[in-house]
Design a protein around this ligand. Structure first.
Ligand SMILES: [Zn+2]
Length: 346
């Protein structure tokens, strides 16, 4: 089968590999029907994910059809259409029981697929702990509609949940890329008083203005965001800030635009260490919450999609066959042709 593999830092390549087989009784084999490229894949390529193992198949965002299940898997069966979770978690340890599945203490727990074990930019994928890692797609929901449930949309949902958003809040989302938009969709469900989204890219800004006209969009290159947020909030700053962009300037912006005692949720995966200037911030009494996603709400998210409350299909701006994934990477990595997300069809 075709599989896109992390060869070495800076290099992915297509290989013909053997179809995966069940290893444990809790595994499932899924025939991938649609996968996607995530910015974390680009981080792997750049060597910014130290735990990524050379030689693994990339890809952690996918949907498919269950081909085979181990003897201990009861939640799904052969033929079921499923979303695959970015995270592998046992469902039994201290952290899993509390819903902190990102910190599952199992040796295979956490972000394993397409990082430490073979992932889904391939024709088939083995999913460990399939009971937790697979969620059935309702019949009325298409593969395209469900594609982001296990990763970017799970991230947006989780970020929104932990940000404790209330109706009187002014919420600022920094970053209007795929994760930023998924976060926006989930924040909108909370119906806060105002939503302000910061984005520097003109194409992304246009996309957000066109699809979500009720959102205030600001470009930090053109507008003093600190001043803008102060002017457009009730208590001298944002009540909730969700930092999804992941650069040093956006990290700084996140705590600067927050009002005292605000919740600042840091969703982004940074490529470098960030500075927290505590002397300057003293007295602001901020509450920081940091990534990554506890992806244990996928059934709830699928229900919201089924009820037509969340629609991420506009994010799929391009579709490529798996055999042409290199073209897709070039487009995604270099942000060509107004790309937001790419669907890869094996
Ligand atoms: Zn666990």
């Amino acid at each position: 089968m075709l599989a896109y593999v992390y060869e070495e830092q800076g290099k992915f390549c297509m290989e013909d590999r053997e179809k995966p087989r069940l290893i444990n009784a809790t595994d499932a084999i899924v025939r991938v029907t649609l996968s996607s490229i995530c910015s974390s894949d680009i981080h792997i390529k750049h060597g910014a994910v130290p735990r990524a193992v050379k030689g693994i198949t990339i890809g952690h965002e996918m949907v498919g059809v269950v081909e085979e299940v181990g003897s201990e898997v009861t939640k799904v069966k052969k033929g079921d259409r499923v979303t695959v979770n970015v995270e592998t978690f046992c469902g039994k340890c201290y952290f899993c029981e509390k819903g902190f599945v990102n910190n599952c203490t199992d040796e295979h727990g956490g972000w394993a697929l397409g990082c430490r074990i073979d992932g889904g930019q391939a024709e088939y994928v083995r999913v460990p702990f399939a009971e937790q890692g697979l969620n059935k797609i309702p019949d009325s929901v298409t593969d395209e509609e469900a594609l982001f449930v296990g990763d970017v949309l799970a991230t947006g949902y989780w970020a929104t949940r932990i940000s404790e958003i209330e109706e009187e809040d002014t919420v600022v989302i920094i970053g209007g890329g795929p994760t930023g938009i998924c976060t926006l969709l989930c924040v909108m469900l909370k119906q806060p008083k105002r939503i302000i989204l910061c984005e520097t890219d003109d194409e992304r800004t246009e996309f957000i203005k066109k699809h979500y006209p009720e959102v205030m969009v600001v470009n930090p290159k053109e507008v003093d965001v600190e001043e803008f947020v102060k002017r457009n909030s009730d208590h001298g700053g944002a009540d909730r800030v969700l930092e999804v962009a992941g650069s040093s300037s956006t990290f700084e912006l996140a705590w600067k635009i927050a009002r005292p005692n605000a919740v600042v949720t840091v969703v982004a995966l940074y490529e470098e260490t960030q500075k927290l200037p505590l002397p300057q911030m003293y007295g602001k009494n901020l509450i920081f919450k940091t990534g990554g996603v506890d992806g244990c709400d996928c059934d709830a998210i699928l229900k919201l999609i089924e009820e037509r409350k969340i629609d991420t299909t506009p994010l799929i701006t391009h579709t490529f066959p798996l055999s042409e994934i290199e073209k897709a990477y070039d487009l995604f990595e270099n942000r060509k042709d107004g790309v937001i997300k790419i669907a890869i069809r094996p």
